[in-house]
Design a protein around this ligand. Sequence first.
Ligand code: LMR
Length: 398
Amino acid sequence: MFFDHLELAPADPILGLTDAFKADTNPKKVNLGVGVYQNENGVTPVLKCVKAAEQILVNEEQSKSYLPISGLPEYGRLTRELVFGKDNPVVSDGRAVTFHCPGGTGALRIAGDFLVQQKIAQRVWISNPTWGNHFQIMGAAGLETAKYTYYNAQTKSLDFDAMLKDLSGAAHGDVVIVHACCHNPTGLDLTPEQWEQFAAFLADKKLLPLIDFAYQGFGRGLEEDAYGVRQILKHCPEFLVASSYSKNFGMYNERVGALTAVCASAEIAKKVESQIKLSIRCAISNPPAHGEKVVVTVLSTPKLRAQWEQELAEMRDRMRRMRELLADKLGAAGAGDFSFIVTQNGMFSFLGITKEQVEKLRQEYGIYIVSSGRACVAGINDNNVDYLADALATVIKG
Ligand code: LMR
């Protein structure tokens, strides 16, 4: 027998919640688990700009033959423009190479595979707390993992000093996963001054940044959210960026992400490119095309691009408004001071509640939150916010 010794694996702490939510018969249930945007009506919409681009593709696409291993060159260029800024020389001077990977997760895994296969690094530092999948992905690629402090639970804020102190223990050549914006799960990001200091620190310590950039446009804006990446570009000659269009294009199930490697010279970039292509060939052969073509169509058609930016701003503004509303309602319900929710960015709020309280919310109210206390604020709307605030207040007051 080959398989009979296997144990049943636990449900995924994030995606497993969606299954549990679907099976819940409570008519008042609220899903604040997985990081998926929901509109005012609790629906995850297809953006209008995406629908329009898909229509163009239906009419004009001539072939479904394989894409190049790296994806379309145009996709790479447009991705670098978004990440680094349209006029930055690194967009087209050959120092940076971009690969379409299946989602941000795929980009992280290809990065891990490349680092291990090319014997570039052995250890990766990951923030504590972090997106639960980081440890699994890096472990599966064959990297050792270490944690650096990020969050102070007492003050409910980012502990920048502790972060630098922990990373001072990293060895030259170690990799550091850096959340570019909308830190998952805390929603707490570095200030511009801290980014400058951190980027200089990474360069000085000769650490390799692996930037996880899954939420561009969900924090303060497309340009503002790229501040940290661009500081790292100023200071560090080499680094990797795993970016994603899952969230900002609402194309979760098209698996459309990118890995970009910034290298010290165009000559080195060519060699890096050839090796990352090998990693991709071994893992997925070549990327899926549909989402990538939609992104290229939207970003390169001025009217659709403007529409996208507007739709993205609407999502961002709605999430911010829901943060304010929830903080106000929690205050009014006597749950204490939750004004920190408003200072957090993006999709997630780290509520600072215990596992037991999370469990109670689920059992007694059908409210689904990740067990760490991470709530997806995109699941809040005017119709469920009172129910949510009352339930949270009751559970918190015990
Ligand atoms: C999340 O953190 O909820 C999302 O990034 C979805 C996922 O894959 O976990």
